[in-house]
Design a protein around this ligand. Structure first.
Ligand code: HEM
Length: 424
């Protein structure tokens, strides 16, 4: 059994990586996974399942019952999740470092920061970091405002209900990433089309499987253009400053990682955060009238909704103990960020949306060396978009009962399919 286990683990990881990298984030088709493995991906309305709260209280590091002796651990406690995410000596993000280069990652495309370990991770992250400093990002503030206002103008033209996902939540992050990367205006329509195809793909197994490879070849074209004439965006800056350290394919892979990391996540936050505010008119009024309340409300929305439900899987490189549980070399560890963000650390009634609670650091952007590189950009978008929406349309309300909305089931990034609202 001990010799079979690494092979089964590698096979499982290979299937996982194929799905996440090439076929989207929906794990529901992995029929060999028992119900318990899907627990952290399910919700009751906007909330993580109560079962996760029970696990967090009784056994914050729990072994999931899986066949073939494969060991998968689910971490639901805040401190325990931090301990795993922060320990890059004991845990790897790259299955190849656990099972060898003939394992799962060897045939995968380069560029995914989330699947890389140091030193490869440090090298790629160093290239990106200067583009995500507040100083560099601040150049995007007027652009983000313009993108948001342009969307609101377009919505104001519509008679009757508007789908907030299609008209607001999807285009804002997509266009913000165009600005960040430096995608020329004439190429943006195609970029948006690919983004939406990608979003459909994330929704499940039925959507177009071509979308991800399409987007990498498209990004490769953008990179080649920038190589000839580097602009002021992220791609142009990396080419100007580090052009000889990175080839076009790797750079297209990095851009694809930025698109993957920054598009669906922010779109989901915009849509789900709007639902919370539409249900809570008092907080909606605060967002509309009090600028100083907005950052706190955004932070609480990030914690409360935790749209990235689980972190990338971590693979134990060696035997290690977390919260008294012995995790063995080759075991897979999944950190449930949504469960950890409802930890009692957040004070009384962590299950409720309460922006006035004392602020504790949440894990919605992860923790440690893989912590979200786009966190500040995401905050900029959310802080601009929610107030602008409710200021322009103070009477905005859902056009269907909450129960009539279709939420994504068992998808790593939690979200809602569509969000019909009346604006006036
Ligand atoms: C509200 C929006 C967002 C949320 C909730 C979010 C959440 C996360 C989380 C939880 C991780 C860490 C996963 C782990 O450790 O396993 C992560 C990593 C990452 N995110 Fe975000 N993200 C958001 C927006 C963005 C944006 C706007 C960008 C870029 C434009 C971005 C790019 C990335 C990248 C490249 C990584 C990998 C970092 C690394 O491995 O070093 N994300 N994100």
């Amino acid at each position: 059994m001990r010799r079979l286990r690494p092979r089964v683990t590698a096979w499982l990881a290979r299937r996982y990586l194929r799905r996440t990298r090439h076929e989207g984030f929906d794990l529901s088709q992995m029929s060999m996974l028992p119900e318990s493995a899907l627990l952290p991906l399910k919700r009751a309305g906007l909330d993580p399942l109560p079962e996760l709260a029970r696990m967090r209280e009784q056994e914050p590091v729990s072994k999931l019952p899986l066949p073939f002796g494969v060991n998968v651990w689910l971490v639901t406690g805040h401190a325990e999740a931090k301990a795993v995410l922060n320990d890059t000596e004991a845990f790897s993000n790259d299955i190849a470092n656990v099972v060898g280069q003939t394992g799962a990652a060897a045939d995968q495309s380069p560029g995914g920061l989330g699947f890389a370990d140091p030193p490869a991770h440090s090298r790629l992250r160093r290239l990106l970091t200067p583009e995500f400093t507040m100083r560099r990002l601040s150049r995007l503030t007027p652009r983000i405002d313009a993108i948001v206002n342009e969307r609101l103008d377009a919505m104001a033209e519509v008679d009757g209900p508007v789908d907030l996902v299609k008209e607001f939540a999807l285009p804002i992050p997509s266009l913000a990433i165009c600005e960040l990367l430096g995608v020329p205006y004439e190429d943006r329509e195609e970029f948006q089309r690919l983004g939406v195809a990608r979003f459909d793909l994330f929704a499940g197994a039925n959507a177009s499987l071509g979308a991800i490879s399409d987007s990498v070849s498209y990004l490769l074209k953008i990179v080649q253009k920038q190589r000839e004439q580097p602009g002021d965006g992220l791609l142009g800056m990396i080419i100007k400053e580090h052009g000889d350290e990175i080839d076009d394919r790797e750079l297209a892979g990095l851009a694809d990682g930025v698109l993957t990391g920054g598009f669906e996540t922010t779109a989901s936050m915009l849509a789900l955060g709007s639902i919370v505010l539409l249900q809570d008119r008092q907080r909606l009024e605060l967002v509309r009238t009090d600028d100083s309340a907005v950052p706190g409300i955004v932070e609480e929305l990030l914690r409360y909704l935790t749209v990235v439900q689980v972190a990338f899987p971590r693979f134990a490189r060696k035997d290690v103990e977390i919260d008294g549980k012995k995790i063995s070399e080759g075991d897979i560890v999944a950190c449930s960020l949504s469960a950890a963000n409802r930890d009692e650390l957040f004070g009384a009634d962590p299950e409720s949306f309460a922006p006035e609670r004392a602020r504790s650091p949440h894990l919605a952007f992860g923790y440690g060396i893989h912590r979200c590189i786009g966190a500040e950009l995401a905050r900029m978008e959310l802080r601009a978009a929610y107030p602008a929406l409710v200021r322009r349309f103070p009477g905005i309300r859902l056009n269907v009962p909450l129960e009539g909305l279709t939420f994504r089931q068992t998808s790593i990034v939690f979200g809602v399919e569509s969000l019909p609202v009346l604006l006036n």
